[in-house]
Design a protein around this ligand. Structure first.
Ligand SMILES: [Zn+2]
Length: 132
């Protein structure tokens, strides 16, 4: 990745309504699920909240949230310790948010950016959570 791309990405991490997120929302909508977005007042401000199913969904970028064993997540070859630090902080924060939500009685579903390539794969993840 070129430095300028990296910079653009760095700004993207703070952004809401990313492309994968919008994709997941469209799919939920087409399946008839009702949801709220960017719910404040919940740990981590989940990207999507389905109150009826007491479920929060995070749509995570593979690089920024370090999708384990994903080809999109390797750390840059330069400045590696800087990135490792930064990304491991994100991972720790994500973990804490999920634990906090679960303590509050929410189910938490994480959908990875790379999974949004397949509507079928996400759909089966939805079903797994919503059936119970
Ligand atoms: Zn991934």
């Amino acid at each position: 990745m070129k430095p300028e791309e990296r910079r653009a990405n760095m700004q993207a991490v703070k952004q809401k309504n990313t492309k994968p997120e919008v994709l997941v929302r469209k799919l939920l909508h087409s399946l008839g699920y009702r949801f709220r977005i960017h719910k404040k007042g919940l740990p981590g401000t989940p990207d999507i909240v389905l109150p009826k199913y007491k479920t929060c969904i995070f749509v995570h970028g593979c690089f920024w949230h370090h999708h384990k064993d994903c080809k999109r997540s390797p750390l840059p070859k330069t400045n590696t310790s800087f990135w490792e630090n930064k990304i491991m902080r994100n991972v720790a924060r994500d973990k804490k948010h999920i634990e906090d939500l679960q303590r509050l009685g929410w189910k938490v579903l994480v959908i990875w950016e790379c999974e949004t390539k397949s509507a079928k794969a996400i759909q089966s993840k939805f079903l797994e959570v919503f059936k119970s």
